[in-house]
Ligand binder design. Structure first.
Ligand SMILES: [Zn+2]
Length: 61
């Protein structure tokens, strides 16, 4: 089973849980990442690892 909830330094494709916008973001963000459409928080930095706060569609590796 792949650990999709703990991406390393990869780009991931996510879908905003609010507006269903699909967006490619860095899996280890150094600052908050917001949805480009509705401005919801998609990911936020937590020490070393980023925390993804929305649905992950695909890890792009
Ligand atoms: Zn959105």
């Amino acid at each position: 089973m792949r650990k999709l909830k703990e991406p390393s330094s990869k780009f991931i494709s996510v879908r905003c849980s609010s507006c269903k916008n699909e967006q490619v973001i860095f899996g280890k963000p150094s600052s908050k990442v917001n949805c480009l459409v509705c401005n919801a928080v998609l990911a936020e930095p937590t020490g070393g690892k980023g925390r993804i706060k929305t649905q992950i569609l695909e890890v792009l590796g």
